[in-house]
Design a protein around this ligand. Structure first.
Ligand SMILES: Nc1nc2c(ncn2[C@@H]2O[C@H](COP(=O)(O)OP(=O)(O)OP(=O)(O)O)[C@@H](O)[C@H]2O)c(=O)[nH]1
Ligand SMILES: [Mg+2]
Length: 433
């Protein structure tokens, strides 16, 4: 790591009331006193300042706060300048800082320094990245607790257990059986199995965790002309998809995002499933529909007037559309709606909401698993599996696998670092973080 003094705009880009420019480096107290215009300034105290450049020309009226190391985001000396949010003001402040031997930070550079100064581990930084991306309330909650160290605690406990198990396994070889606790071999295997189960369970929730982070894919599927596009429009409250009485109207997948109860949902309308179409384009549309079903976290199966099928599962909803044409609603397991009159659409949303809650049961408590952590968790799980598969008294081999699992968890936290892992982690962050 270099020890340049770096700066960046930490607030959003574009015109705004207030902009926050963050500076981080070593020994910034002199510079802070100079811009505040006072000796012996108090850290974490907000000063109202007429900020001037090196030639004493006014730049803007600002609030300046100085954070003395190590009590700052990066663990270094930090200065935060809150100026007016005009692009011209921000530009002028950047010029002023550059003229004082500072340089623009690269994306994620502040977090990288926080990591090196032990302010955050890599799991916390994954949480921070997820928080900065959060679009809904559920995403915010899950990312926030991850950033505040919940995930690190879990990983840390796993890693400690693994190191202890590996040490015990290795010790078995060095001691007489009489000197060791009874059944130690069995105890070790039970402990490994328990850890394996916990990691495997977290991984099995990956689909739900991914959906909380990236949005749930919900697809409207069914035969041609049952009213999928009409229902899509009714749910969105706008005429996004083309509706017509001609079967086979929708050819391409039409998608829109919406927020249902804090969950980000990607809703897609698909081409009606017809077996004997000769139309080449419609055939491609049907292929796309099948791909969409594969990719869906939940499928809304739409029928018209009556359904052949009514069994619903955790990730399927059976809907009977055109209820305005139905005299008696016989099917107890299906939801009757009319895209035309809007009848029942709220009931459908209620059912979707319930299923989303069920799918993400306890989502706020799930580990924030991203592509990086997933691979490492899988490798830890597989090492533990290999350890439990070892027959007999091969405790040195068991120790080796468990140690490898501990290393994988260490990489999640950044305790064990590889340059590529670090780069991937920090590059997900934007400028100013
Ligand atoms: N009476 C009635 N007609 C409806 C209802 N919903 C849709 N329709 C009509 O059914 C026809 C087909 O509607 P679409 O929404 O295009 O059906 P689709 O399932 O998207 O059809 P494809 O894209 O061809 O697969 C249109 O004429 C709609 O006006 C409804 O609730 N009641
Ligand atoms: Mg359609």
């Amino acid at each position: 790591m270099n020890n340049d003094t770096i700066f960046a705009l930490s607030s959003g880009h574009g015109k705004s009331g207030v902009a926050v420019i963050r500076i981080s480096g070593e020994n910034l107290s002199d510079f802070a006193e100079r811009i505040v215009g006072k000796f012996g300034i108090t850290p974490r105290h907000a000063y109202f300042v007429n900020l001037t450049d090196n030639a004493n020309e006014p730049i803007d009226q600002c609030i300046v706060t100085y954070f003395a190391a190590p009590h700052s985001f990066t663990g270094e000396d930090v200065i935060e300048i809150a100026s007016h949010g005009a692009p011209a003001v921000i530009e002028k402040i950047f010029e002023f800082l550059s003229a004082n031997n500072m340089r623009m930070a690269t994306p994620g550079e502040f977090s990288r320094r926080a990591f090196y100064n032990n302010k955050m581990d890599l799991a916390d930084i994954d949480g921070l990245a997820a928080l900065l991306d959060a679009q809904t309330d559920v995403q915010r909650k899950s990312a926030l607790s991850s950033m505040m160290g919940r995930d690190s605690k879990i990983y840390d406990a796993w890693r400690r257990d693994m190191i202890e198990i590996a040490a015990y396994s290795a010790a078995i070889l060095d001691y007489d059986a009489d000197d060791l606790p009874q059944n130690i071999g069995k105890t070790i295997k039970t402990k490994i199995k328990k850890l394996y189960g916990e990691i495997d369970k977290s991984l099995s929730r990956y689909a739900a965790a991914r959906a909380v982070r990236g949005g749930f894919n919900i697809a409207l599927v069914g035969d041609a002309n049952v009213g999928k596009s009409s229902l899509f429009n009714a749910i969105l409250g706008s005429n996004r998809a083309i509706v017509s009485s001609i079967p086979g109207t929708t050819r391409d997948v039409v998608s829109a995002t919406l927020d249902i109860d804090g969950y980000l949902v990607n809703l897609s309308d698909t081409a009606g499933l017809r077996k004997n179409t000769r139309n080449k384009i419609e055939k491609i549309g049907i292929e796309r529909t099948n791909a969409e079903i594969q990719n869906a976290d939940m499928v809304i199966h739409v029928y018209a007037e009556k359904a052949d099928k009514s069994k619903t599962t955790d990730n399927e909803v059976v809907v009977i559309n055109k209820s305005d044409l139905v005299k008696t609603k016989r099917n107890k397991n299906a939801i009757y709606v009319s895209a035309k009159t809007g009848d029942g659409v709220n009931d459908l949303l209620k059912v979707i909401r319930k299923k989303l809650h069920k799918l993400t049961d306890g989502a706020e408590n799930m580990l924030v698993i991203n592509a990086r952590t997933k691979t490492l968790l899988e490798s830890a799980r597989d090492e533990l599996k290999s350890a439990t598969n070892i027959r007999g008294e091969n405790f040195d081999l068991i120790a080796e696998h468990v140690r490898a699992a501990a290393d994988a968890i260490g990489k999640i936290l950044g305790t064990i670092t590889a340059a590529d892992v670090m780069d991937a982690t920090f590059s997900q962050l934007c400028l100013g973080k």
